[in-house]
Design a protein around this ligand. Structure first.
Ligand SMILES: *Cc1c(COP(=O)(O)O)cnc(C)c1O
Length: 357
């Protein structure tokens, strides 16, 4: 099996081995120490300030998106959301459910965010900004420099979902002046699904402390409090946290920029090798994590997904909704190599030779 989807992705052997072991009891000094190491390593890899804290939440990325919004904002806030696809739309849905005042910048699929989109929201009384730095559903990577300058001049609290971008594209919280970053275990971190992370700078920690949240499980105050001694309020996905330490140690040893350079080189290799196939790259501002592809030949996008799965045991990433027949994606994250790329290209070439692609 080869998995070119965007999560869960293929995992390295050392990470899989940890997952096959018995799970230790976690209310111990040893586990607390491991969690404090996880927090420090994660902060280092993401360029967080020294006083930043990490919330370790057992739940998928969406749990962290919802919990972050619940903990950082209240009904007096006015939020601006970049909605360029299904993950931007999810932020909007969460704000609606929680009765928060929000407006969205709607982008067409493949469309990039520009200064022009942002300018009209200058001086309109917004207090927070929500963006998925990489809108995974369309493959568009947003320019964080223009986001930074817009948010600085309007003094907005900036929340970034970097779930599919962290460790695939350069991302630095201090440099981009981000107040909260949301991550999840199953994307470029290449761990099993089940844990999400929220990195909070001092300003967002202040917000958490002064906000009242109608939730027990998702109240960040308890996580901040228990996290000081390396614990979580409720039972976490212990084995993923053990795998996380291994992963972060490996990233730290190799260097974050080396890890990103590797994803970038796998992506470039794939993009070069598809030349000559009836597939068009469907965005101009691309993340290293994924290539969005629009088929221009005989087969629709969803049929290509099914054909590769059934005939070659290869998974690419299908799209849903209105893009189902139009777009599919090939991921470059996780334990993927150039020779895996070759297998996928070989399968696509054989489909072209059979005149079905
Ligand atoms: C995968 C992903 C999520 C989270 O999805 P879950 O299925 O809840 O883990 C959120 N945002 C982005 C940008 C993603 O790629």
């Amino acid at each position: 099996m080869l998995n070119f989807s965007l999560g869960p992705v293929m995992m390295e052997q050392e990470i899989r081995e940890i997952g096959s072991e018995q799970i230790p009891y976690f209310r111990t000094d040893e586990f607390s120490k491991l969690m404090l190491e996880n927090e420090e390593l994660l902060k280092k890899c993401i360029g967080a300030t020294g006083t930043s804290r990490v919330i370790f939440l057992t739940g998928s990325g969406t749990a962290a998106m919802e919990a972050t919004i619940m903990n950082l904002f209240h009904e007096r806030d006015k939020l601006l959301i970049v909605n360029g696809g299904s993950f931007g739309a999810r932020f909007k849905e969460i704000c609606n459910i929680h009765g928060l005042h929000s407006e969205e910048i709607h982008l067409e699929y493949g469309e990039d965010l520009t200064e022009r989109h942002l300018e009209k929201y200058d001086g309109q009384g917004f207090t927070g900004f929500l963006i998925n730095v990489h809108e995974t559903s369309t493959g568009v990577l947003y320019d964080m420099d223009i986001v930074k300058s817009f948010c600085e001049r309007n003094q907005l609290l900036v929340v970034v979902d970097a779930i599919s971008s962290f460790l695939a594209d350069r991302y630095d919280m201090s440099e981009f002046n981000i107040n909260a970053t949301i991550l999840s275990s199953q994307k470029a971190m290449a761990l099993p699904p089940g844990i999400s992370f929220v990195v909070l700078d001092e300003k967002s920690q202040e917000r958490v402390l002064h906000n009242s949240v109608k939730s027990l499980y998702f109240n960040f105050k308890s996580y901040l409090n228990d996290g000081r001694r390396g614990q979580t309020p409720y039972t976490p996905a212990v084995s993923i946290l053990l795998q996380l330490r291994k992963k972060l140690q490996l990233v730290d040893e190799n260097g974050v920029s080396e890890v990103i350079a590797n994803v970038s080189s796998i992506a470039r290799d794939f993009r070069m090798k598809i030349k000559g196939l009836p597939l068009e790259i469907a965005a101009s501002s691309l993340s290293n994590a994924v290539t969005p592809l629009k088929p221009t030949g005989k087969m629709a996008a969803d049929e290509i997904f099914t054909y590769l799965k059934d005939n070659h045991d290869i998974y690419v990433c299908p799209n849903g909704g209105s893009l189902r027949r139009v777009l599919f994606r090939v991921g470059h994250i996780g334990a993927i190599t150039e020779s895996d790329n070759n297998e996928l290209i070989k399968a696509l070439l054989s489909m072209k030779e059979k005149s079905i692609l």
